[in-house]
Design a protein around this ligand. Structure first.
Ligand code: NAD
Length: 342
C-alpha cells in the first residue's frame, strides 16, 4: 500500500515537494496545508490536491477567497502516515508538539536546528542511518550540495581538508522584501554555520566554510578547495567520479554555460517545471587538480535541490527500499532528472 504523505507549508519548498510526492508510485499525497489563501493554494486545488487550513488560518478566510478546503491540519495528520514540514524557519520546530500529539512521523527542512530530529539526512550520504527513524531533518540547500560532493570525494579520494566559500543568493525570486539589491554582504560569523551543518551528516569531515550574500535570486555558487587524501593521477578522474554519480550535472566549455543564468536557461529549455535544477551543477573547466589540491565550483539551485531528498528520506524512514541508489533512481526517474545529457 502506498505511503500516505502530508505536506504542511506550501511555499517554495512545500509546493515542489508536494508535486514530487504526487509523482511517486509508492506514495500518495493526502493533502497540503496552508495558513492563508493565495494563488499557490488556489493552484493546489486546481491541480486536485486537497487543501487543509494550518496555523492561525481559518476555513472562512479561504472560502471567502473562493478556495475550498478539506479540513484543518489535524484532519490532514489523522489521514496520513508522515508529515513533511515545509513551513518557515522556526515554525517547523514549533509544530513538533502538534506532530507528537498526533503520533505522526515527521520530516523537517534545513531551516530548523538539527536537534529537532533524530537524524539529519542526505540520500547519497547517510540513507541507511534513517531506517526506521520517526523524525528526520533534510538538511538545507547549501548543506545538501556540500554533502553530495563530500559523498563522492570521501568515497573515491578521501578528504584531508576542505575550505568552501559559499556565494549565496540574496533571496528566492518571489521574495521581493529581501536584499541586498546592490552590495556584497560578508557573513560575519566565521567560519559560517554550514561546515558544522555538514558535520551533522559526516561528523569527522574536516570542512570549514565562509559565506557572502550577493544580489542574485537564481542559484548559490560554492568555491571549493579540497586537499585530497588519495589524489588520482589527473583531474579527469575526479570529473568522472562526479559524472557517474546521480544528482550531478557537468557542463563543458563548448556548452557556453558561463554561469548561473545559463544554467537556469538550460533548465527552461529542457522544459523543467519551474526551471528547477535538482542536481549539483559543475563545470569541467571549473575543476582543477593540482597535486593533492582539488579546486572546483558548483552551483546549487536553492529552490529545488532538496526536493528529491524529501522523497528518499521517506523510503529510508519507512524502509520502502533498502538500497539508497535504487531509491535515488526511482525518485529521479519520476522527477525526470534520472540522467540528463549535457
Ligand atoms: P516559504 O516562506 O517559501 O514557504 C513557507 C510556507 O509555509 C508559506 O506558504 C507560508 O505561508 C506557510 N506557513 C507559514 N506559517 C505556517 C504554519 N504555521 N503552518 C503551515 N504553513 C505555514 O519558505 P521556504 O523557502 O519554502 O522554506 C521552508 C523551509 O525549507 C525552511 O526551513 C527553509 O529554511 C527550508 N529551505 C528553504 C530553501 C529556499 O531556498 N527557499 C532551500 C532549502 C531549504
Amino acid at each position: 500500500m502506498a505511503l500516505k504523505v502530508a505536506v504542511n507549508g506550501y511555499g517554495t519548498i512545500g509546493k515542489r515537494v508536494a508535486d514530487a510526492i504526487h509523482l511517486q508510485k509508492d506514495m500518495t499525497l493526502v493533502g497540503v496545508a496552508k495558513t492563508r489563501p493565495g494563488f499557490e493554494g488556489r493552484r493546489a486545488v486546481e491541480k486536485g490536491f486537497k487543501l487543509f487550513v494550518a496555523g492561525d488560518g481559518t476555513k472562512e478566510e479561504f472560502e471567502r477567497a473562493g478556495i475550498s478546503v478539506a479540513g484543518n491540519l489535524l484532519d490532514l495528520l489523522q489521514q496520513s502516515d508522515v508529515v513533511i514540514d515545509a513551513t518557515p524557519e522556526k515554525v517547523g520546530a514549533a509544530n513538533k508538539p502538534v506532530y507528537d500529539e498526533a503520533k505522526i512521523a515527521a520530516v523537517w527542512q534545513g531551516g530548523e536546528k538539527a536537534s529537532v530530529a533524530e537524524h539529519s539526512f542526505n540520500a547519497l550520504a547517510n540513507y541507511p542511518e534513517c531506517f526506521g527513524a520517526k523524525k528526520v531533518r533534510v538538511v538545507s540547500c547549501n548543506t545538501t550540495g556540500l554533502a553530495r560532493a563530500a559523498s563522492v570525494l570521501r568515497r573515491d579520494f578521501g578528504v584531508q581538508h576542505w575550505e568552501a566559500t559559499l556565494v549565496r543568493r540574496a533571496a528566492d525570486p518571489g521574495e521581493t522584501k529581501r536584499g541586498p539589491i546592490n552590495g556584497i554582504l560578508p557573513t560575519m560569523s566565521l567560519p559560517s554555520h554550514h561546515g558544522p551543518d555538514v558535520r551533522t551528516i559526516f561528523p569527522d569531515l574536516p570542512i570549514a566554510t565562509t559565506a557572502v550574500v550577493v544580489p542574485t535570486t537564481l542559484m548559490h555558487v560554492h568555491v571549493n578547495h579540497v586537499r585530497l587524501a588519495r589524489p588520482p593521477s589527473d583531474g579527469g578522474k575526479v570529473l568522472e567520479a562526479f559524472r557517474s554519480t546521480p544528482r550531478f550535472v557537468l557542463f563543458r566549455g563548448s556548452d557556453h554555460l558561463e554561469g548561473t543564468p545559463q544554467v537556469i536557461e538550460w533548465a527552461r529549455d529542457l522544459g523543467r517545471p519551474r526551471n528547477d535544477v535538482m542536481e549539483n551543477v559543475l563545470w569541467e573547466e571549473g575543476l582543477k587538480l593540482d597535486g593533492e589540491d582539488l579546486y572546483f565550483f558548483q552551483a546549487i539551485h536553492q529552490e529545488s535541490i532538496v526536493v528529491p531528498e524529501n522523497v528518499d528520506v521517506l523510503r529510508a524512514m519507512f524502509q520502502l527500499e533498502s538500497d539508497p541508489l535504487k531509491s535515488i533512481e526511482r525518485t529521479d526517474h519520476a522527477l525526470g532528472i534520472a540522467r540528463v545529457a549535457t
